[in-house]
Design a binder for this molecule. Structure first.
Ligand code: NAD
Length: 470
């Protein structure tokens, strides 16, 4: 299609619909925004045999892509763009409406810079979405819009879709579908990452849109991860925050090691060899606060060493702060039950131990007790006797705020989990054990549950159940 002629004459709807229908098997794809993400999509998808039409407001970028030259520095990008342009699979234009009309699928990869208030600036996303809507108003065939930008959860459905619907008069799910498909490439190795992605994630408005995007990625990833649009949006942010956390963590370790004349690379090379606890899904599922005899103690110790040496470790310092916030979250979620009977199922710092030291559950219980709330507890590992008493004495000593709770712990403890449910209005579950799962499932229907341990993979559809962070 000649884009310049599209600018000059009125649009022939039948011509565009024909394009859409005949290319449905291997859809033609327009890419809006020819920056680091868009240019790589153009090059790599054309290499897979897709006909690509790039769009940018920048004349220079459009000219470069049309000529098969890379507008940015990126390994292998120029080679693939040249290949695509030479065999007629790559074209580019400044005319967004024409590009959308000439294709079946539109990838949106404009910039989403930081706004003045620190949030996300939607200006380019809105402008482009509106123009996509204008194009769709001229098209009767179904079209799929794929948002590739990194955006806050809710943007696809609350910003992109309303802009398209308003400008087009069309309806999501009927006339067009949307997907959020986050981009995980790393600049510098973006082409290699495209052909061997760490993962491919798609959140779609409907099955047709989902199938269209899945088929596009079939050659590079047969195991697309499907999720909700909002979860797909969130995953991208969470990934980058995690990567930033890793870098900041490693650098704090490095600064500390340097001051201690220890080679940080020796330390971290050993650290990364632990694929069971360090680099693994372990400790990475939301649940309750950390506690026990080691983690809080060692976090404090590392902070202390750093401060003694004059090394700044704000990330390590913040760990106890964020842990406190999580304990407060549990207390806050129990606020509506003030004056009611509150039970605790699981008291020790984790299941399978009688260790009470720095159990975050004790902190919640002590806070409620100090407020005058009526609390009780059950834990199958609490066997009151001389051994447990020494632990209770230790906690009473180490944490004055929990002294009253330690004095009353035995009298607050009931004989069974069932007793707890029979005598409480709400039960706080701290341990994800089979026993607790069964008793929660079979509880009297009026008893509320606050789950701190994620007892169930699938969340119960039940107004009396809520989780601390899900
Ligand atoms: N760069 C990365 O490594 C990377 C990786 C993953 C995700 N992302 C995300 O992808 C998005 C794009 O990132 P980028 O680095 O490619 O941005 P970029 O700034 O390099 O490119 C964006 C392009 O969009 C163009 N543009 C803006 N408004 C337009 C409009 N209305 N019509 C047509 N073109 C328009 C700009 O001229 C620019 O060329 C961002 O949301 C970013 O956060 C980037």
């Amino acid at each position: 299609m000649n884009f310049e002629s599209v600018l000059e004459r009125s649009v022939d709807r039948a011509e565009y619909d024909f394009v859409a229908e005949t290319e449905a098997a291997k859809p033609a794809i327009s890419v809006i925004g020819l920056g680091y993400v868009g240019a790589v999509s153009m090059a790599c998808l054309s290499h897979l045999g897709f006909r690509m039409v790039g769009v940018d407001v920048s004349r220079e970028k459009v000219d470069a892509i049309r000529a098969g030259a890379s507008p940015i520095v990126e390994e292998r990008l120029g080679e693939l763009l040249h290949e695509g342009a030479s065999c007629g699979l790559i074209d580019a234009t400044q005319n967004l409406v024409a590009a959308v009309l000439d294709t079946n699928v539109t990838f949106l990869s404009v910039g989403t810079p930081t706004s003045k208030d620190g949030g996300c600036d939607f200006t380019y996303v809105r402008q482009a979405s509106r123009a996509i809507g204008q194009a769709l108003s001229l098209k009767s065939a179904y079209h799929v819009v794929v948002l590739r930008c990194s955006v806050p959860p809710g943007t696809t459905l609350d910003v992109v879709v309303p802009e398209i619907e308003r400008a087009s008069g069309k309806k999501l799910g009927l006339d067009f579908g949307v997907c959020f498909n986050p981009e995980f490439l790393r600049e510098g190795v973006a082409v290699a990452d495209f052909f061997a992605p760490p993962k491919t994630v798609v959140g779609a408005s409907d099955k047709r849109a989902e199938a269209t995007v899945t088929a596009i990625y079939e050659a590079v990833d047969k195991n697309v991860i499907f999720t909700s649009i909002e979860a797909a949006e969130m995953v991208k942010y969470v990934d980058n925050v995690w990567h930033a956390t890793k870098v900041a963590f490693a650098n704090e370790v490095g600064r500390l090691c340097k001051k201690l004349s220890i080679d940080s690379h020796d330390v971290m090379n050993i650290f990364v060899k632990d694929l069971k606890l360090n680099l693994s899904p372990y400790y990475l599922k939301p649940g309750f606060a950390f506690g026990g005899s080691c983690l809080p103690k060692e976090v404090r110790a590392v902070s202390h060493i750093a401060h003694e040496l004059g090394v700044e470790v704000p990330l390590v310092d913040s760990l106890m702060v964020t842990n406190k916030s999580h304990i407060k979250q549990a207390v806050d979620l129990l606020e509506p039950f003030a004056g009611k009977r509150i039970g605790f199922l699981g008291v020790t710092f984790k299941p399978g131990t009688d260790d009470l030291r720095e159990s975050p559950t004790l902190e919640v219980m002590a806070t409620l007790l100090a407020k005058g709330e009526s609390i009780s507890a059950y834990d199958p590992n609490l066997h009151f006797g001389p051994l447990l008493q020494s632990q209770i004495d230790y906690v009473r000593h180490a944490v004055p705020a929990q002294a009253k709770l330690m004095d009353e712990l035995q009298s607050l403890t009931v004989a069974s989990a069932n007793d707890l449910f029979e005598t409480c209005d709400v039960v706080v579950v701290s341990h994800a054990t089979e026993q607790f799962r069964a008793v929660v499932n079979n509880r009297p229907t009026k008893v509320h549950v606050l789950d701190l341990a994620r007892l169930f993979k699938e969340l119960p559809d039940d107004a009396t159940y809520q989780g601390i962070a899900w």
